[in-house]
Design a protein around this ligand. Sequence first.
Ligand SMILES: CCOC(=O)c1cnc2ccc(OC)cc2c1SCCC#N
Length: 389
Amino acid sequence: KRHKFWETQPVGQFKDAGDTSVPEGPIEPPAPLSEVKQEPYNLPSPYEWTTCDMDSEGTCTEVYNLLKNNYVEDDESMFRFNYSKEFLRWALHPPGYYKSWHIGVRAKASKKLVAFITGIPARIRVRDVVVRMAEINFLCVHKKLRSKRLAPVMIKEVTRRVHLENIWQAAYTAGVVLPTPITTCQYWHRSLNPKKLIDVGFSRLGARMTMSRTMKLYKLPDSPATPGFRKMELRDVPAVTRLLRDYLSQFVVAPDFDENDVEHWLLPHENVVDSYLVESPKTHEITDFCSFYTLPSSILGNQTYSTLKAAYSYYNVSSKTPLLQLMNDALIVAKQKDFDVFNALDVMQNECFLKELKFGPGDGQLHYYLYNYRTRHALKPSELGLVLL
Ligand SMILES: CCOC(=O)c1cnc2ccc(OC)cc2c1SCCC#N
C-alpha cells in the first residue's frame, strides 16, 4: 500500500521489515534548534493555524464540538467517540504541557475550527532507556475537508513545534495500519448493560438465550469483594507511584511515571478517571491498584439511545489480590456508576482476566507507533505497558 507521506518520515518502513541488524533507538539524530524551521508550515490558503487554549471555555467548547461531530467512528458507524470537555482538559494539561502543542486549523472567512491535533510531553521507557517523547492524539479533520491532504501538514506542524522543545521522538496510536506498528492490540468488551448493547445492535442475543437469561449472565454483585478496596486519595500518591513503577518495570515499553504524573493521571477525577486501591486492613500496606477512564460515545442512528457510557481499563497493578478478583471489583464499581460497557485492550497482563470475566473480543484493532525510534522487533501486546487516551 502506498503511504506517500509516511514514506518520507523517520519511522520503521515496511521495506525494512525483518532487518534486525539495525540497533534499537533513534532513526535520525536530534538537530540543532537553529536548524528547526522557525515559521509554521503553509496551509492551503483558505485556512490558518490557531493555538487552542483549553482553559478558555469557548475554545474548549469548539474543540469538544469538532471532535463530537467529526472524530473517530467504528467501521460500521454505530459509535463516535464523544470525549467530554473535562476529559479533554485533563488529557491535555499534564505536568509540563505546552499550549503551543494544542494546534487548531480555522477557516479564515468563518473563523470556524475545522481541524485539530495535539501533543503532550511524556517520559516513555523503551527497555532500559527513558526517552522524552510527545504523545500525539486527537488528530481530527472536519468530515467536509477530508482528502484535502490536511493531515500530513498538521502532523508536520506538530512535529515542528515538538522539535522546537528539543524533543525528537513521539508515540501515537491508530486504528489503521501505517509504517510500522510496534505492536497491534485487540479491544475486548465486557457488557455491563447487555440489554442496551443488544438494543443498539452492538451485541446480539446468543442462540437459545433469552434477554433475561442474558442479563443474568452479566449480572454483578452490588459491592466489591476485596477487603480494603477503596477509592484512591491524594495521600496515596507516593505508595501508588512505588507500586505502579515496580509493576510497569516488567514491560518493554511503559511510561516512566513520577509522583506528579501519578497525581495527575491517576487521582480520581469525576466523570474522567476512577481509581481504586487495596489497603491491607491489617498492615495498611497498599498492595493493589486498578483504574479506568470515562469515554462516552455518541450512538449513531438509534431512536432510543444517544449515548454509550463506556469505561476503559487504564493502569492496574495486582501484587497480593489476584488480578481476576481485582478486575471483577473494577467491573462491580463501574456497573455501580452506571457504565454500559467496560473496555480493555489485551495489553499488559489483561489477557489473564478477559475471557474469565466475560469480555468478548471486539472487531477493532489498535496499532501503537513510535516516531523516530526503532525497536529491535515488534512487541507482543503483553510486552506493552502503555495506555494512550
Ligand atoms: C460497546 C463496545 O464498543 C465500544 O465501546 C466503542 C465505543 N465507541 C467507539 C467509537 C469509535 C470507535 O472507532 C474505532 C470504536 C468505538 C467502540 S469499539 C473500540 C473502542 C473500544 N473498546
